[in-house]
Design a protein around this ligand. Structure first.
Ligand code: VGL
Ligand code: ZN
Length: 198
């Protein structure tokens, strides 16, 4: 059994003052830094969109947080966020990025959003993370970060479906909680056998 800590999207745009601020998104940073000491492997994810991304409301002349239909299913239209190379896409300045063995970027495909660290939102196109974890012999994953109900949720569910043993430390996550998304995410993760720990 080899464990890894997967730190999801602890980036400026998801913290207070950012373009898609998650309430208290920054509060979890010291706890995540401390938790890194308990893991032999630490992996960070970074939401990394090109300007004009198809998940941005501005691209469709739509209101932020409205819904659209994509070829791969329903999609929330977000405010512009985590644009490649921007300050908003950078990790929170207090996050200990030096401990990361791997930084995996996602959401770079202009036509498909990618909440999960494993697959784009078509649930088919892999990011490569599964192969990385398997070739390193990693079997158990603990997830922390932002946002509980979107990128943490989709990553945890995909990891469980792929056969990893998955724990989400909910005390070191924060949620967007849009239109019942947090309750749905908690139920969905539990249904896939994800351990929710506080
Ligand atoms: C996220 C919405 C859009 C997340 C990323 O990190 O949870 N949410 N892009
Ligand atoms: Zn995004």
């Amino acid at each position: 059994m080899t464990q890894a800590l997967l730190v999801i999207d602890v980036q400026n745009d998801f913290c207070p003052g950012g373009a898609l601020a998650v309430p208290e998104g920054d509060v979890i940073v010291p706890g995540i830094n401390a938790l890194m000491a308990d893991f032999p492997a630490v992996i960070l994810t970074q939401d990394w969109h090109p300007a004009g991304h198809s998940s941005f409301a501005s691209t469709h002349n739509a209101e932020p947080m409205s819904m659209t239909e994509m070829p791969y299913g329903p999609q929330v239209l977000w405010p512009d966020h985590c644009i490649q190379g921007s300050i908003g896409a950078q990790f929170h300045p207090d996050l200990t990025t030096d401990r990361a063995d791997l930084i995996i970027r996602k959401g770079y495909n202009p036509a498909i959003d990618s909440y999960s660290a494993f697959f784009e939102n078509d649930h088919k196109t892999p990011t490569g993370l599964e192969g990385y974890l398997r070739t390193r012999g990693i079997t158990d994953l603990t997830l922390v970060g932002l946002a509980t109900d979107f990128c943490v949720n989709f990553s945890a569910v995909d990891a469980a479906k792929l056969g990893f043993t998955v724990t989400v430390r909910t005390d070191l996550c924060r949620a967007i909680d849009f239109d019942g998304s947090l309750a749905a995410a908690q139920a969905g993760m539990e249904a896939e056998g994800v351990n929710l720990e506080a």
